[in-house]
Design a binder for this molecule. Structure first.
Ligand code: WTA
Length: 634
């Protein structure tokens, strides 16, 4: 790559090297963009043709009942067939599908496509033996171990709908998600490791299940081997079940309608409880397959590493489904970037010859802090492409990533997307000229716009609401059990356009620059949390009468949670109480939700109708103008 200022383009631009161009699937970005612009359905049909269908679709896109779009209507398929079975007929049968290293580096596990098939079939048979049928929901709550992938695929294989809950969440979050989905089965492990310590997953499940009547069985995968209580009749060790005759290596794949749900994934939006985003077997498959292929340019000799957690959408789309659909080899690491030392990730890249690496800006900023000496101890020359996701990447972090990790050789794919979009939406492909901090332009077939409050496009360079104009195959279909909320939340502010919840700017080259959320979502270290969840954890403490949570800028985390609490009478504000409340949130919601700071107040700014004006709190905390406060109560 080379950097230049060109008269044609605004700002600092990084151009791809001839090697990058030569390798890339997409050599002529403009041509493919034009192709998709002129014939959206034709473009996506062409991508879908690369996969195998039990029965071809009658119609690519059905938009007769907007915004309930349908894709590949009339088709029959199962995503797992394309993730696994399709490859078993080729040389990929013996290809490495997945390799894994434990946090302490003492264990390594590898699985060919053939082996993944066996593991998934075995688990699918066990899940079926627990009475799970097509359409049933299964909650998965595990650490980063291969079995989480097998569990997801096993559900998909038999047509059950998985609902993965991030292993860093705690009891309230888990309980709410199990209750809402009415899962009959939970798959978990005894514990997971984090920075050398055990995270008590099974015990958290036990506590969460006290309030959940729907769950009949719990499958427990042994990872740590420490003592955990097992409830007779309900809890089953996975390894015990594997020894039973039902745990056969062969399992038929359920034939699904393309629009049948594949999974639900809970995510925070504006106000209220997290909502379950629904993704399907057909369109989601085509979307994740195509985006991963074109954006990260995966080839058979690549070694892909998406360092996210499978519990978030990034893991669903780009650890589990996308890589397997592409027949790729991927790496999964159990631990985090800096335990025991801040070279842990760089060591993995060297040791395993990673060629394409995808992570979040918060991790880059965190590792940057430890200095260049750590990555410089390692040979990172296997890398050829880098990626970023989850929050805006500040140009300083982008340049460090580019220079110190990618050695000015590897383009950085800054991919903007959401749980709801299922796949990359604004992203470069490897040959696109890059500007640090911009995800460049919408992916093929998509158009984005920046609108003002009234729904009119703002001039280039001005901030506004980011909306998407066209449907796309991996789009969410609805909110599980709440189609009205789906319409209201995403499609009603600007009818016919998808409201992203982000604010952004576009520059004169048509490049998009994401600024951040405009709703009550807080992005802490790239993790998506809702103010409402944090607030409800706070008011569950006896001392707190009312609470408001906001996200404020943080150097490493991007945003940090700050809370304002109004105490019940009889309680006095003190540093000890503040600490207790921080701990209370961590215990109930999960350590990622632990507030940075707790402030005690006598009053919260509210509208006359009683809604907390977080916007005003945020402005005050940052010493910024409070904006329109005409609705503020006296
Ligand atoms: C933010 C994560 C800037 C954005 C895949 C979005 C980003 C929210 C980027 C979705 C990026 C994600 N640049 N911001 N490359 N990627 N975001 O659902 O605010 O956890 O709306 O999905 O993350 O978060 P979610």
């Amino acid at each position: 790559m080379s950097t230049t200022k060109t008269p044609e383009m605004e700002g600092e631009v990084y151009f791809p090297s001839p090697q990058v161009i030569e390798q890339a699937y997409v050599k002529d970005w403009e041509a493919l963009a034009k192709r998709a612009r002129n014939d959206l359905a034709g473009f996506w049909a062409e991508q879908a043709e690369e996969l195998e269908w039990v029965q071809k679709w009658d119609k690519v896109l059905d938009d007769s009942d907007k915004p309930f779009y349908k894709w590949f209507v009339g088709g029959k398929v199962n995503i797992t067939h394309n993730c696994i079975d399709r490859h078993l007929k080729t040389f990929r049968k013996n290809k490495l599908a997945l390799f894994w290293e434990s946090e302490d580096g003492k264990l390594e596990r590898t699985f060919s496509y053939f082996a993944v098939n066996r593991e998934v079939n075995r688990m699918a048979n066990i899940i079926k033996a627990m009475g799970i049928q097509k359409g049933d929901r299964v909650t998965i709550y595990m650490g980063r171990i291969p079995e989480i992938i097998f569990a997801m695929l096993a559900c998909a294989k038999i047509g059950a709908i998985h609902s993965v809950v991030f292993g860093g969440f705690s009891v309230d979050a888990l309980q709410g998600r199990i209750e809402d989905s009415l899962s009959k089965l939970v798959i978990t492990c005894d514990g997971s490791y984090q920075n050398g310590k055990i995270v008590e997953l099974k015990r958290t499940v036990d506590t969460a299940l006290k309030g959940c009547a729907s769950v009949e069985n719990v499958i427990v995968v042994k990872r740590t081997g420490h003592e955990v209580p097992m409830e007779a009749g309900r809890d089953h060790w996975y390894h015990d079940m594997c020894a039973l005759p039902i745990a056969n290596d062969k399992c038929a794949t359920e034939v699904m309608d393309t629009e049948d749900p594949l999974y639900i994934l809970y995510t925070s939006g504006s106000t209220g409880k997290p909502k379950a985003i629904v993704h399907t077997h057909g369109g989601y498959m085509v979307g994740t397959y195509t985006t991963l292929k074109y954006v990260f340019d995966l080839k058979d000799d690549d070694r892909w590493w998406c360092a996210a957690d499978p519990g978030w959408v990034t893991g669903h789309s780009y650890i589990v489904y996308g890589p397997l659909l592409n027949g790729a080899t991927s790496f999964m690491f159990e631990g985090g970037p800096s335990y025991p030392y801040p070279n842990r990730w760089w060591q993995c890249i060297e040791r395993f010859g990673i060629t394409v690496f995808y992570t979040a800006p918060t991790a880059i900023r965190g590792l940057m802090r430890f200095g260049e000496a750590w990555p410089n101890k390692h040979d990172l020359s296997s890398l050829r492409l880098l990626g970023s996701v989850g929050e805006p990447i500040n140009p300083e972090a982008w340049k460090w990533y580019y220079r110190v990790i990618g050695k000015e050789r590897c383009p950085i794919m800054d991919t903007w997307w959401q749980t709801e979009t299922g796949m990359f939406m604004i992203t470069p492909t490897p040959t696109v000229p890059l500007k640090p901090g911009s995800g460049t332009r919408p992916f093929f077939g998509q158009e984005a716009e920046i609108l003002n409050e009234e729904g009119r496009p703002v001039p280039d360079g001005e901030e506004g609401y980011l909306v998407l104009k066209n449907p796309w195959p991996a789009m969410l279909r609805t909110i599980y059990g709440d189609p009205q909320r789906y319409v209201q939340q995403y499609w009603s502010k600007y009818p016919g356009k998808y409201m992203t919840g982000d604010s952004a700017k576009r520059d004169k080259d048509g490049y998009f620059w994401i600024i951040g959320r405009v709703d009550d979502v807080i992005k802490v270290s790239g993790h998506r949390l809702g103010t409402a969840e944090v607030e409800s954890a706070l008011v569950s403490h006896p001392a707190v009468a009312e609470a408001a949570a906001i996200g404020l800028p943080h150097d490493i985390k991007g945003q940090a949670i700050h809370v304002f609490c109004l105490l019940r009478s009889g309680f006095t504000a003190s540093p000890e109480l503040a600490e207790e409340l921080r701990q209370h949130v961590a215990t109930h919601m999960g350590p990622i939700a632990r507030p940075e700071e707790v402030k005690f107040v006598d009053k919260l700014p509210k509208t006359r109708s009683g809604k907390i004006m977080r916007r005003v709190l945020k402005a005050r905390a940052q010493g910024l103008p409070e904006g329109d406060i005409s609705t503020l109560e006296e």
